[in-house]
Write a protein that binds this ligand. Sequence first.
Ligand code: ADP
Ligand code: MG
Length: 513
Amino acid sequence: LMSLPEKAMRAIRGDRISMIFQEPMRSLSPLHRLGNQVAEVLRLHRNMGRAEAKRCVLEQFEQVGFADPVRAWRSYPFEMSGGMRQRAMIAMAMVAKPELLIADEPTTALDVTTQAQVLGLIRSLQKDTGMGVILVTHDLGVVANMAQQVVVMNKGRVMESGLAKDVLDAPAHPYTAKLFAAAPMIPQVATPARPPVRDDVILELRNVSKTYAMRAGGWRKPVTVSACQNVDLQVSRGKTLAIVGESGSGKTTCARIAMGAETPDEGGEVLFRPDKGAEPISIHNMDRTERTLFQRQAQMVFQDPYSSLSPRMRVQDALTEPMEIHGIGSAADRRDKAAEMLSWVGLDTNMLRRFPHAFSGGQRQRLSIARALTLDPRLLICDEPTSALDVSVQDQILTLLEDIRERANLSYLFISHDLAVVARIADEVAVMRAGVIVEQAPPDTLFYNPQHPYTKALIAAQPEPDINRPIDLDLVAKGAGSPQLWPEEYRFEGMQAPALRELEPGHKVRCHA
Ligand code: ADP
Ligand code: MG
């Protein structure tokens, strides 16, 4: 291929070899309707006429799972969800019936249930057409579900290659073995957990809902978005409560309300108990002293360590600033505390003079954790703290968070979209979908005996780095769709969800009696 002239290469590229990328929005034109974009491939490479191209494209749209191919034909990319755009990209790559498909992290930006559907789609199209696929991924679970052969690369070199079952069952290179050790897995659990004890609750969300009114543009009535609805949660002191759910499910909204950064709708409240047995403070009705106290005792760690640290502040200033604002200690005390916290998070104190840009992603997340710790907080609200990190770095940060929790008797409200991460760190899990908690239990109970179809779908869609535990697309399809398609006991219309019911102590499910 390298020696071919550009013209001959063009005849191969996009025709016999096609490609899909991680971020479909960048590869689709925002100005053209999807139908015309996909049809262009056929008109260029197959010299098809307008009508014939349209017929082929509609057929392809149906094959990639668009419920309404004609509507997809007329849509612009911005009118579609991430999963639908990725389907459109796949349709574009497949419509000319290539012999080889190169897919570069095709599902990395998608929710797990959408990822499962897209992977299933690539596999079934491959079976129908017999094309070869080169799949580039950082996710060993995806490898286990898709590949017959694997090549493991690190720093531009091949570390190990071979049949997927050999490499996955018995990795020979230490680098591959390390990747496996770092990959979080949903455990196969033999017994449910004991119900959580609730004698010392540090944070409590009571009947918290949040509705946003959004302008619809023009003369249309404003639309309301219900970001979360009737959320009841309790975080026990020294424990971790995790909220897990796909993008848009309302996790960040809950975190922001718990921090007092957002006010819940009428009828909801958030209570904070600084010490065991103390009178709770209502976070949205605090006087000045209570507010100052709360702002010290509850701290937040965010997903993106790049934007949560000011690029113009040296590490030392970033770490001492919160203490300065609260008027704690002398300048020398503050510097000592900053150095102490830096060593707590496993960084060297000689890094204090540096600027954040001189740190890696994992180190920056350590810095944000150190900054949160300088005020000796009791509660840490972590919103997807490891979602932007590689698996091996994620593993280190989770270990660090576990260590600090023990060391400082911290309590965590831990937010994640990844059930496997939650399986590792949480004492209790609330599964959220479209603003509503659908199931709640300790992780072992949840994995031993999941009840809600959506929880089952999330668990089934998780790609495990184990060839013997493939994704169960049937279960995904039963739970990931709209509530009207769920089994009778769970079904509901609009926002009229049934109540959460306690099935066994500590295990709640949203279902009809
Ligand atoms: P998650 O963190 O689970 O991805 P979010 O809590 O950020 O979800 O969002 C939940 C829903 O609320 C989404 O549909 C989102 O678009 C909507 N939403 C969040 N914040 C606002 C806001 N300030 N204005 C309007 N809608 C919002
Ligand atoms: Mg969020």
